[in-house]
Structure formats: C-alpha cells, structure tokens
Design a protein around this ligand. Structure first.
Ligand code: MTE
Ligand code: MO
Length: 157
C-alpha cells in the first residue's frame, strides 16, 4: 500500500503541474441587449491603471496588499454605461466567481460624485499577477467577502 502511493504520487504531481491554470485573467462583461464582451489583459491595458491598498480581516487574520488594476467606474465609463450618472444610479454590477461566490456592487457607491469608493478590478497584487485571476479590491471594507477572486463574469444590470 505504502509503495503504491510512493510510486503514484510523483505521477499525480506531474499531471497537476501539466494542467492549465484553472483561473485566468479573463472575465466576461454582460450588459442587457449587448453581446458579452471579454475582459482580459488586452482589454484592461487600454484603460487607466489605478493602484489601491487594502487591509481586511479574514479567518487567516488581517490581509494587506497593494493592488493594481482598473477602477470599476473607469471600466463602466469606457463602455459608455455611466455617461449620465443620475440615470445610471439605478444599476448594479453582479460579480460572479468560478466557485459560485457572488457580490453585488452599485453604480452609486463607485460614482466619483456620490459614494466615490475606489473599487478596483485588480490583476496584480504586490507587484505580481494574482494567481486566482481577476479580483475585486474594496478599500475600506473591514472584512474580505467583497474581495471576490477568480472572477468569471461581471453582469451590469
Ligand atoms: N471566489 C471567491 N472569492 C472570495 C471568497 C470565496 O469564497 N470565493 N471568500 C471571500 C472572503 S469571505 C474572504 S475573507 C477573502 C479571503 O481572501 P484570501 O482567500 O485571499 O485569503 O476572499 C473573499 N473572496
Ligand atoms: Mo471572509
């Protein structure tokens, strides 16, 4: 039994390493009445880069980081979704992750002249690509739940 597991373990590890990364820096943006758009590094690199720091409490303790990415507001602006902020204020962005975790943000909380929260769609943490793919960063949140990682879709509703 023991010799069997010693022989199979390296094979199993090699197979794991050969697998493509499950998380990719690619998500989809959906807007009612429009075709879904791919949000990948190529698309994000067209938008202004923002850096924010965040510190939140999780079951592992306080997690701090400096993140680089694109403000959710800047992404929506570039897509023409917040040209009239007053009219846009009824809208929300539902962010979904590969594991089913979901978080809703609102246009009102990120609009520069209203909530003005610098909520970031991040691709880098502490100078390195985020291994879990794209992640929301919510400076000021005390707990980590809205720092949703492995983002698969952003649904503007
Ligand atoms: N996709 C996904 N993102 C998630 C979660 C999750 O369960 N799934 N948990 C959140 C919670 S509750 C916390 S505290 C932080 C923990 O961040 P960490 O995994 O980087 O330690 O991730 C957040 N992002
Ligand atoms: Mo958490």
């Amino acid at each position: 039994m023991q010799s069997w597991s010693y022989r199979i373990a390296p094979v199993f590890l090699a197979a794991l390493l050969a697998m493509p990364a499950a998380a990719a820096e690619t998500a989809q943006l959906t807007v009612p009445g429009h075709e879904a758009e791919v949000i990948d590094m190529a698309a994000l690199s067209q938008l202004p880069v923002t850096e924010v720091a965040s510190a939140f409490r999780s079951s592992k303790g306080i997690e701090t980081g400096v993140y680089k990415g694109v403000l959710l507001w800047d992404l929506l602006s570039a897509k023409g979704l917040v040209d009239d902020p007053k009219a846009a204020m009824r809208h929300t962005i539902l962010v979904s992750a590969g594991d089913g975790h979901q978080i809703a943000f609102s246009v009102g909380e990120i609009a520069p002249e209203f909530g003005a929260r610098p909520i970031l769609l991040a691709y880098e943490m502490n100078g390195k690509p985020i291994p879990d793919g794209l992640r929301m960063v919510v400076p000021g949140d005390m707990r980590g739940a809205r720092h949703i990682k492995d983002i698969v879709t952003l649904d503007y509703r």
